[in-house]
Design a protein around this ligand. Structure first.
Ligand SMILES: [Zn+2]
Length: 256
């Protein structure tokens, strides 16, 4: 099959998976089932018909409003669907058709869900990070980065953030970083190995600092409350998983 047709097909599957990720983002923080019941309007609770549930298309056709009660439908839905479709397509072009593609796409889906939940609720649920950590280690038995690198990655990722959280707590006597971030970076380490985990941490810190400066300049509210670090970890890990290897290779070449 021509590669571009595969990409289009993957993009369509990505839209549908993105629709499911929306359900996860919406329901997991409320500790509700992600498979039952059917999707409902968040305002009037009417169960949605199948044609109101088509990714992106329904949002555009309905002009972002519920058909019966007229309540606004969150822009989050089409954004997550498009982002997931983009993930499927870009990973396909970067990784190619291989077992690693499935693992990287699943990893990316976990990151998208954590990104959105942390942004909205300042929460990184254990029901996501801990099973994903195990899945990452299991996949690494057969696939890159390999089990040894994955174990070191999980220890280094979790360890660094745990130390930072401890030091911050001793110095400031308040919690600066949650254990959710610790588990999340350990999970990232299990999928990407230790080098890309450190790169993720650097990217997330730079991104977080830039956002902090932006918020300071525009003077928008309380800094610490405004920036959930897990959101930046997710974005950093996505970039690292896609483009991290050439970046790390270039850096280690500089050192020689
Ligand atoms: Zn409604």
């Amino acid at each position: 099959m021509p590669p571009d047709i595969v990409a289009v097909a993957l993009g369509v599957v990505g839209l549908m998976v993105g629709s499911f990720l929306n359900v996860c983002i919406y329901r997991i923080p409320e500790r509700r089932s992600v498979v039952y019941p059917r999707s409902r309007c968040a305002a009037c609770e009417r169960a949605l018909e199948w044609y109101e549930n088509i990714p992106v298309v329904s949002y555009v056709v309905l002009r972002g409003r519920c058909r019966t009660c007229g309540a606004r439908i969150s822009l989050q839905y089409p954004i997550v669907e498009l982002l997931t479709a983009a993930l499927f397509v870009v990973e396909y072009y970067v990784v190619g058709v291989s077992p690693l593609l499935a693992v990287r796409i699943a990893f990316g889906c976990v990151l998208i869900v954590l990104f959105a939940i942390d942004l909205e609720h300042q929460l990184l649920p254990n029901v996501i990070t801990l099973p994903a950590l195990c899945a990452g280690l299991a996949a690494s038995i057969f696939l890159p980065p390999g089990l040894r690198d994955a174990l070191i990655g999980a220890l280094v990722g979790g360890g660094i953030l745990f130390l930072i959280a401890e030091v911050y707590f001793r110095v400031r006597h308040e919690e600066g970083m949650g254990m959710g971030d610790v588990k999340m970076l350990a999970m990232i380490g299990a999928f990407l190995g230790w080098k890309l985990t450190i790169l993720t941490l650097i990217l997330a810190s730079v991104g977080g600092s830039l956002a902090g400066v932006l918020l300071l300049i525009t003077q928008r509210g309380n800094l610490k409350a405004a920036i959930p670090f897990g959101t930046f970890l997710a974005a950093g890990a996505l970039v690292a998983s896609l483009y991290g290897e050439p970046l790390v290779a270039w850096y280690f070449n500089l050192l020689r």
